[in-house]
Design a protein around this ligand. Structure first.
Ligand code: GRF
Length: 200
């Protein structure tokens, strides 16, 4: 399955794809970053994966950036597009273009805590558990149909960093697993719902 992965930062989730999915399954044809200093670009290069940088600073607005981004993505002819810490809000036109083949991972138990600072918000709310969600991307920010979640406990005296790291560790098995179901054709977006083996 030709796969393009979009990143903005460390790329630890990208690394989990490289480490856990066989190239016959997820053939990562390119890693694209909006930031030249994203460490994930080095991870990709180390794995002999093509990289590209498309800086949002070079475009006047979201629509023109997303148009250029879509053209760049399409030049690799992917069947699956993975958002792995890509810190950009995407325009409706972009999302529509990749409908049903665009996945994201978000560090909370959605629908709780869309947006930023999820770990801090879970701590402040006194939640006893927290986690991550893989979902299909739709126009609504972090609001697309959920596919799978990982759960972790919130421990007494947890720091934001400790909790974030606990969640991050679970992401690295969750995201490749969800992607592998998609790649095997078992996971699809049907009538706006995430369906596994044809059932919602
Ligand atoms: C992860 O916490 C993910 O849930 C969120 O962005 C972070 C990416 O981390 N969407 P990394 O760049 O994969 O290490």
């Amino acid at each position: 399955c030709r796969t393009v992965i979009l990143i903005s930062g460390s790329g630890s989730n990208l690394q989990s794809f490289i480490d856990r999915l066989h190239p016959d399954q997820a053939n990562i044809v390119a890693v694209i970053s909006n930031r030249a200093d994203a460490f994930g670009l080095q991870r990709a290069a180390r794995a002999d994966i093509a990289t590209a940088i498309l800086s949002h600073r070079d475009f006047p607005d979201r629509v023109s950036y997303d148009q250029a981004l879509a053209e760049l993505i399409d030049s690799y002819q992917p069947e699956l597009v993975i958002l792995a810490g890509f810190m950009r809000i995407l325009t409706p036109g972009f999302v529509a273009r990749y409908e049903g083949r665009l996945l994201n991972i978000h560090p909370s138990l959605l629908p709780k805590y869309t947006g930023l600072h999820t770990h801090q918000r879970a701590l402040e709310a006194g939640d006893s558990e927290h986690g991550a969600t893989v979902h299909f991307v739709t126009e609504e920010l972090d609001g697309g149909p959920a596919i799978m979640q990982s759960h972790v406990p919130v421990l007494p005296d947890d720091s934001v960093e400790a909790l974030a790291e606990r969640v991050r560790q679970t992401e690295h098995s969750l995201y490749p697993l969800a992607a592998s179901l998609y790649i095997k054709g078992r996971l699809r977006l049907i009538d706006g719902r995430a369906c596994l083996d044809g059932a919602p």
